[in-house]
Design a protein around this ligand. Structure first.
Ligand code: AMP
Ligand code: MG
Length: 690
């Protein structure tokens, strides 16, 4: 059983209390679920940490959740030590041996004395070394001189994990030895109290399991503005909590009965990959508050925005290959634009502004053109300068060539002219270090230009959102096939596939399925392995043949969203094998409207894009309508002679009206009496990205 609901990662400390304010080298812990980490916890000493862990385990057990708890110190010593110390090769016997002898309080503990005592049993020159106290301890060397270790220096795991420290060293950099001595007694108590299983010594079929981790195995340097230990526990917790049960099972399948092992050792690449994975959505992400009947459109949109988060991975691409993609992070200018002050026009450059009246100045030798290295212009002289040229030293102002006469190696022009005229300041567009573009921005032609201008050759972008499109209904056949009486052509699929493409995502055609639960389940399963989101049309209500909603309800992960909108039927929002499913109404007009109003922003959010309402405009109506209170209505519309006309029939079976229209008129929730000339909100299809 390797599926855990909660991951907690702890960075241990062997030292004394670290004080009230958060600091490094204290104990830090962080909880994560499905790739979402909570804030790291600062635990000032081991007694605080033990209480905090106990409360966490109690709460998780009470909630029926399984917890994987990772600690950053060895659970076992090098081979032979357990038997030599306790008479048993069982590493857990060492846990109990230490638990019986370690005395610990926030101010002091007996770890150095106990290490000396152990050493004396083995001749008094090792295995432990580094006495951190002022007084000498019999048998515990201060330095490695005279040190002799009767046991291997490292475990097999440490031989393989480059840079890992030995568990015999009690102080200095990487004082892992102290962490083990002061950590195992705490874990021994927690293990007993919560019947926890210890990896890799015991089967993990318990509600709480302990694993040994080592953050440096896969993590690079922490960002400068963060406490390293806090950042590390958060990163590891987040990463481990995104692992699929199968992957986790593979990583946990190790054989190290005495020494223990470091979780993830040998799987570093997969861990690094997992750390780039976004959090997964939970099965209850579409649940609605109980008792809600008809949710207003704005509320439904706010819920979607809150519940959904990016599900696509991140990759780094050259700018030219990144167009059409969404930026995964804010990007910072590596160079200012312009990098140096330069001239905006062709003309003559000199120093300082000039008052009204005629000015005559000698012309310096040569000229300054775009691409030239900046030269020097003696004071009181002017230089010929061409658009884009960096201002030479001694030049801060440029006069337009059209305003100048040149004779006898002199220029003449009429003032006044302001200092700095016709020049561009360095960084006046974007300064080095400024955020050039924000996360979630789609990289179009303009953004590609900006990225290049500020020196960004490669950018972090989201992988494309793969959207599976599936039509359901026994009545559907493919256009081009012969349609028996009673059958109709599948109109939704070509429409939805193209909408997905125009929204900037990757459509995946999953074909059609009849109203058959088994076939539908198989197709959803197939879609869930190739797509990040499944769009179905048809069968989404609560009728006899509404199999999409029936299946998702059976899978225990669906909510029928009854949204106060016309055209529209309930939306079936659910999860299939961890992949969100948007069950759109079958009716093409309703399917398109729902895909525009709800599907488009939801897809943007899942893809890692910005959440943006489509830009609409108030225009006078060319129609008349009495609208009732209680739902938002979308009318197929277009602008003619500055006024919004609407399609003659509101009938939702009228597919021709969709192509007649060039946009939608949105009539808000309340009642309205619309007559020709009343201002209404018109949203062109282009505003939706169509
Ligand atoms: P349903 O939501 O399955 O009850 O379907 C509502 C209406 O939409 C019915 O008249 C269906 O025949 C029609 N419909 C469902 N799917 C499609 C489709 N892919 N293309 C055209 N019409 C459809
Ligand atoms: Mg149907």
């Amino acid at each position: 059983m390797t599926s855990f609901d909660t991951v907690v990662i702890v960075d241990w400390s062997g030292g004394n209390d670290t004080g009230k304010s958060p600091r490094r080298d204290a104990i830090w812990a962080c909880v994560a679920r499905l790739g979402r980490a909570e804030a790291p916890q600062y635990l000032r000493n081991r007694s605080v940490a033990e209480d905090w862990l106990a409360r966490l385990f109690e709460a998780e057990i009470a909630a029926g959740r399984r917890v994987l708890a990772g600690f950053d110190f060895p659970f076992g010593y090098p081979a032979g030590f357990a038997t030599a110390l306790t008479g048993q090769s069982d590493p857990l016997a060492v846990w109990h041996w230490l638990e019986d002898r370690i005395e610990d309080s926030p101010q002091a503990n007996n770890r150095f004395d106990l290490a000396g005592e152990i050493n004396r049993r083995f001749g008094g020159r090792g295995p432990f070394w580094f006495n951190g106290l002022k007084r000498d301890i019999d048998g515990l060397p201060r330095k490695k001189t005279g040190y002799e270790n009767p046991f291997p220096d490292r475990r097999l795991a440490e031989e393989q994990a480059k840079g890992a420290f030995s568990c015999w060293q009690l102080g200095g950099t990487g004082a892992v030895g102290s962490q083990v001595m002061m950590g195992l007694p705490v874990l021994a108590r927690l293990r007993r109290r919560f019947e926890a299983a210890v990896w890799p010594f015991e089967p993990l079929e318990r509600q709480v399991a302990f694993v040994e981790i080592w953050p440096s195995l896969t993590l690079g340097a922490a960002p400068e503005d963060q406490i390293k230990d806090a950042w590390q526990v958060r990163e590891v917790a987040r990463t481990v909590s995104t692992l699929e049960p199968d992957t986790l099972a593979e990583m946990l399948a190790v054989d190290a009965p005495e020494e223990g092992w470091i979780f993830g050792l040998g799987h570093e690449d997969r861990l690094r990959q997992a750390s780039a994975q976004p959090p997964r959505l939970t099965n209850d992400c579409f649940a609605l508050p109980p008792g809600v009947h008809w949710t207003p459109v704005q509320e439904a949109l706010a819920l979607l925005q809150e519940r959904l988060s990016p599900v696509t991975g991140v990759e780094h691409l050259p700018v030219a290959a990144a167009t059409g993609r969404l930026l995964a992070e804010d990007v910072t200018a590596v160079r200012s634009n312009p990098p140096l002050p330069n001239t905006a026009v062709d003309g003559y450059g000199f120093s300082g502004g000039k008052a009204a009246g005629v000015h005559r100045m000698p012309l310096a030798e040569g000229r300054a053109a775009a691409g030239d290295r900046p030269g020097v212009v003696p004071s009181g002289t002017a230089v010929r300068i061409l658009t884009g040229a960096v201002l030479p030293e001694g030049v801060d102002t440029v006069v337009l060539q059209e305003d100048v006469t040149v004779t006898d190696g002199h220029i003449a022009f009429h003032g006044p002219i302001k200092a700095g005229a016709n020049t561009r300041r360095a960084g006046e567009d974007v300064a080095q270090g400024d955020t050039a573009l924000m996360q979630g921005t789609r990289i179009g032609p303009a953004q590609a230009a900006l990225l290049a201008a500020v020196g960004l050759a490669e950018v972090p972008v989201r992988k494309p959102l793969r959207v599976a499109v599936l039509s359901t209904g026994a009545e559907l056949v493919e256009a081009g096939q012969t349609a028996a009486p009673g059958l109709i052509f599948d109109a939704n699929r070509p429409m939805l596939l193209e909408m997905v493409r125009r929204f900037g995502h990757e459509p995946v055609d999953m074909g059609r399925v009849p109203d058959d639960r088994k076939a539908l389940a198989e197709r959803l399963q197939a879609a869930s392995t190739t797509a990040d989101l499944i769009l179905t049309s048809g069968g989404a209500s609560a009728g006899d043949e509404d199999h999409v909603s029936a299946l998702l309800t059976d899978a225990g992960a669906m909510t029928l969203w009854r949204i106060a909108v016309k055209p529209g039927r309930p939306l079936a929002l659910g999860m299939w094998a961890g992949v969100p499913v948007f069950g759109l109404p079958g009716n093409p007009v309703a399917a398109m409207t729902c895909a525009l109003i709800f599907g488009r922003p939801a897809m943007a959010r899942l893809a890692g894009g910005a959440w943006r309402a489509p830009q609409g405009f108030k225009v006078p109506a060319a129609f008349q309508k009495n609208k009732k209170h209680g739902r938002t209505e979308y009318l197929r519309a277009r602008i003619r002679e500055g006024r919004a006309e609407v399609f003659a029939s509101e009938g939702s079976g009228r597919i021709s009206g969709l192509s007649w229209a060039e946009g939608l008129v949105e009539l808000p929730h309340g009642a309205a009496e619309i007559v020709p000339g009343t201002l209404v909100r018109y949203i062109p299809f282009a505003s939706f990205g169509l």
